[in-house]
Design a protein around this ligand. Structure first.
Ligand SMILES: Nc1ncnc2c1ncn2[C@@H]1O[C@H](COP(=O)(O)OP(=O)(O)OP(=O)(O)O)[C@@H](O)[C@H]1O
Ligand SMILES: O=C([O-])CC(=O)C(=O)O
Ligand SMILES: [Ca+2]
Ligand SMILES: [Mn+2]
Length: 678
């Protein structure tokens, strides 16, 4: 009821009746006016019908009005069915739902039992809506209200391809450390692991893979036997089935329709489901209805560790790939990048078998259709430089190069966020909005404003967003044959030129070498730069011997006449601690000159030791930085550092010296000669 001492004067207009002593004026309704006029006492009831009332009798009914069912997407008429005569489109909605649940149950089946778990769709915490069909009624009434440890008696609740909004609600309600930031992104924590764990990756070695894959020194593929894989698979599946709900994503990889792969991701967290929703290609509702069974399945048990008494386990984390079973198991890490890069490894096996080259590269296209690839190890600028306001973004990290041209493997981008700013990287900054997953960032407790400069949780803070969040994304993410192949290195030694033009042999040499040098840590003052060599700029993800990919790259570059470039996005004027990182606007101008073709026409000189061709002039770039020797004050220190790096290159390449690249011995010899000359 109205408070006796309320600010009555505020509502006291001249038309209103005078205030009653000690209270607000009586609200004048039409009924009251009519009743007052007619003088009938029973009509003088104080009620306000000037606003329409809701069309519901109860609160529950009101809530049921709020949520509208998604419209069915499959045309139910015969015409529609005949247009796409797939098995699925000819069946009823109920039958399709049943097959879908059957497929999910089969995915979650323990291999030691005859049948999969009983699965139902929906959040176990939510009161199900009144069941409509007989099947739904059965499911509804046989769902036990309490959790029973015996999985045979328990239902597994499946949250299937939820929307970002639904996943936000799940994350915020049930996952510690999940918050909505001021720009609308979902900030979350990945737990103890904030990066990938390459030493915990295992690949099943069987009859086929023992011959096909690259094993041994330098290879990322650490072997595991089939039985141990099954032990870990069982552990993950049992864990997932013991939860009161699991998330299931059915999505695609590869925008090339002829080489599209269907993937299913079963995970324990809304964070993981939203991450993959953003990173894989999102099926249309029609494609989802016709999804059927996946080509590859990930079981992500997240925080649940592997058993350290299990053979081959060296920590509580294990990421296991079984190519024959087309499955991957993740135990003991919640870092979502394991799923993304695990699938990338799988593509590095599947695609070359079809003559398609898989690439750890970014890719964009000019308005005239000129495509550039950006290779480089983590943190060298693939995402930053392929996200270019003046060009169409095809993808930032994983691509395929086939005779049809290039295609992105993914449906999203995964950008580094450390020191991100709207000025330097506007498109990435603006992509961090509703739907984007923000990993391990620090934000203001009250305003939820993200502080990208704060690396208290980790240096590897990340944003995962759907590619269409970049305004000039090229959808579908495919393009014609590449014109430029740009190899990025962040050289913390500061001796590589900001840009050099490469011969085909040099491109192959630097591609196989896969160099970058980062600084181990920046917290406690100056540290030594650490040279990293990673074959094909992605040794952690390749499955075959590096020379196989190199041969394919050489063949494609030759066939389509692409030019190779080496771009140093790292230090200039001295090594880390003495010089400084090349300004991003300068690197962008260099890249622009490559795209426009103007750099191809520049005058070139050759550097000592590395024999790199460097331009005398690039528009908008200080000429003194183009030759690193000129940028260093201490020339002796430059020569010493250059020699040091050259020796590291030589040592790294020794293992490849005994391999032939492709069928052409001449190319192999040329490649060997294309390295530093000391
Ligand atoms: N001259 C420069 N060129 C490119 N990037 C630079 C430069 N100077 C600083 N940077 C910073 O370096 C980082 C490059 O990271 P980016 O996300 O592009 O790496 P990436 O190659 O995509 O790695 P990953 O494979 O791990 O995703 C960004 O934070 C960017 O702001
Ligand atoms: O995989 C990751 O976590 C980050 C990444 O893109 C890379 O390392 O190339
Ligand atoms: Ca990236
Ligand atoms: Mn990457």
């Amino acid at each position: 009821m109205a408070a006796a001492n309320g600010p009555a004067s505020n509502v006291n207009t001249s038309a209103a009746p005078p205030p009653r002593p000690g209270g607000l004026p009586r609200i004048q309704t039409k009924a009251a006016t009519k009743a007052a006029a007619s003088g009938k006492a029973e009509d003088v009831i104080c009620h306000d019908d000037s606003v329409p009332t809701v069309k519901a009798q109860t609160i529950d009914e009101l809530h049921s009005l709020q949520k509208k069912r998604s419209a069915p997407t499959t045309p139910s008429n015969l015409d529609g069915a005949l247009q796409s005569p797939t098995a699925f489109s000819l069946i009823s909605d109920e039958e399709r739902q049943r097959l879908q649940l059957q497929s999910i149950s089969a995915s979650l089946a323990s291999l030691t039992r005859e049948t999969g778990p009983k699965v139902v769709k929906g959040d176990p915490k939510r009161k199900p809506e009144t069941p409509k069909t007989q099947q739904q009624q059965q499911d509804y009434f046989s769902t036990p209200a309490i959790n029973i440890s015996d999985s045979a008696l328990k239902f597994t609740h499946v949250l299937y391809n939820l929307s970002p909004a639904e996943l936000y609600e799940q994350a915020v309600k049930y996952e510690h450390g999940s918050f909505i930031t001021s720009s609308g992104a979902l900030a979350t924590l990945s737990g103890a692991r904030t990066g990938r764990s390459p030493r915990d990756k295992r690949v099943v070695k069987d009859e086929d893979t023992s011959d096909d894959l690259w094993w041994g020194k330098g290879s990322p593929n650490i072997e595991m036997d089939e039985h141990t894989f099954l032990v870990n698979r069982e552990r993950a599946v049992d864990y997932l089935n013991s939860l009161d709900k699991v998330f299931v994503n059915d999505q695609f990889l590869n925008w090339d329709p002829e080489n599209r792969i269907k993937v299913r991701i079963v995970s324990a967290r809304a964070y993981h489901s939203l991450f993959m929703h953003n990173m894989c290609i999102r099926p249309t509702p029609e494609e989802l209805e016709n999804f059927g069974n996946p080509d590859f399945t990930i079981y992500n048990a997240g925080q649940f560790p592997c058993n350290r008494y299990t053979h081959y386990m060296t920590s509580s984390t294990s990421i296991d790939i079984n190519l024959a079973r087309r499955e991957m198991v993740i135990l003991g890490t919640q870092y979502a990048g394991e799923m993304k890069k695990g699938l990338f490894s799988v593509m590095h096996y599947l695609m070359p078998m079809r003559g398609i080259l898989s690439l750890h590269s970014g890719c964009n296209m000019g308005k005239e259709g000129d495509v550039a690839l950006f290779f480089g190890l983590s943190g060298t600028g693939k995402t930053t430089l392929s996200t270019d306001h003046n060009r169409l973004l095809i993808g930032d990290d994983e691509h395929c190069w086939s005779d049809n041209g290039v295609s992105n493997i993914e449906g999203g981008c995964y950008a580094k966020c450390a020191d991100l700013s709207a000025e330097k990287e506007p498109d990435i900054f603006d992509a961090i909005k509703f739907g984007t997953v923000l990993e391990n960032v620090v934000f203001d407790e009250h305003t939820r404003e993200v502080e990208y400069g704060d690396k208290s949780v980790t240096e590897n803070t990340r944003a995962a967003y759907p590619i269409e969040y970049i305004p000039n994304a090229k959808i579908p993410c495919v393009g014609p044959q590449p014109k430029n192949v740009i190899l990025l290195a962040c050289d913390a030694f500061g001796v590589l030129p900001p840009v050099s033009k490469l011969s085909l042999a040099q491109t192959m040499y630097h591609f196989i070498t896969g160099y970058t040098a980062l600084v181990a840590g920046t917290e406690d003052g100056i540290r030594e730069p650490q040279a990293t060599f990673s074959a094909c700029f992605g040794a952690a993800f390749i499955m075959l011997h590096p020379t196989k990919y190199a041969a394919m790259l050489a063949e494609k570059m030759q066939k389509y006449g692409a030019t190779g470039w080496l771009v140093n996005t790292g230090w200039s004027g001295g090594r880390y601690g003495v010089g400084s990182r090349i300004k991003l606007p300068f690197t962008r101008r260099i890249i622009n000159a490559i795209h426009s073709g103007s750099l191809l026409k520049a005058e070139y000189g050759k550097t000592e030791i590395f024999g790199l061709e460097i331009p005398a002039k690039v528009d908008g770039v200080p000429p003194e930085i183009l030759n690193p020797m000129n940028a260093w004050e201490n020339k002796e220190a430059y020569k010493e550092t250059l020699m040091k790096l050259a020796i590291l290159f030589k040592q790294n390449f020794e293992v490849f010296a005994k391999y032939n690249i492709g069928s052409d011995c001449k190319l192999t010899e040329e490649i060997l000669a294309a390295g530093p000359n000391i």
